[in-house]
Write a protein that binds this ligand. Structure first.
Ligand code: G4P
Ligand code: NA
Ligand code: NA
Length: 194
């Protein structure tokens, strides 16, 4: 998506360890207008998928997921990383390992917010090693719901997550697909190189 790629080129910084810092529009400050456009793109890409609910994980997945939900007119539920006082025992839980932070997080959603008839679209900000998406897929499986696809704002195609999702035969869409950070520049895949 050109709008997003241009914004990444303008405002993104490449940090050591192949990390892309985009905290002025996605990971800290959020640009609502841009998020709204991204939501519209997700709607277009998954138009025929019969999505009834969007699933993401706090915190940075929420902004794009909510805008996709607004555009697609479906509810959005985000998995929580920390046990909330109001969360009951009635949870689906998956363990997510973060390579970058080298910690395990349990992510949970209340069973009330997923329905056996649901067709779930999983949305996240980044697809890197794919552990967050794997956790959400595990929750979808436990809830016995169909997965319409996985949509991510930015994928680092050279890391494990991209192939991990495709190997399961899941429809994957990345609005920006980074192929390398050679020479400290962000390089994107051609739009049709899927
Ligand atoms: P994974 O979910 O794909 O396995 O990601 P990984 O463990 O490698 O990364 C852990 C966290 O770092 C995730 O956020 C993920 O979104 C984020 N991340 C991975 N690569 C990048 C990158 O190049 N740039 C940025 N900005 N973030 C990256 P999280 O811990 O779940 O945090 P948050 O959603 O609360 O922000
Ligand atoms: Na995230
Ligand atoms: Na993040």
């Amino acid at each position: 998506m050109k709008l997003l790629e241009d914004r990444i080129k303008r405002d993104g910084t490449v940090l050591p360890g192949e990390v892309l810092k985009v905290d002025n529009f996605l990971n800290h400050q959020v640009d609502p207008q841009l998020m709204y456009e991204l939501g519209g793109e997700f709607k277009r890409l998954f138009a025929d998928a019969g999505v009834t609910r969007i699933l993401t994980v706090e915190s940075s997945g929420i902004a794009p997921a909510v805008m996709a939900g607004l555009q697609m007119n479906v509810p959005v539920v985000f998995a929580r990383k920390h046990r909330s006082l109001t969360l009951t025992d009635n949870l689906y839980t998956a363990r997510v390992y973060s390579y970058t932070k080298q910690v395990n997080n349990d992510i949970s959603i209340d069973k009330r917010f997923i329905d056996p008839d649901d067709k779930i679209l999983i949305i996240d900000d980044f697809l890197a090693n794919g552990q967050a998406v794997e956790g959400m897929l595990e929750i979808a499986k436990a809830a016995n719901v169909e997965v319409a696809g996985v949509g991510v704002v930015i994928e680092k195609r050279f890391q494990k997550g991209h192939q991990l999702v495709l190997d399961q035969g899941i429809h994957l869409e990345a609005l920006a697909s980074v192929t390398s950070f050679d020479d400290n520049q962000v390089h994107f895949a051609e739009d049709d190189a899927d």
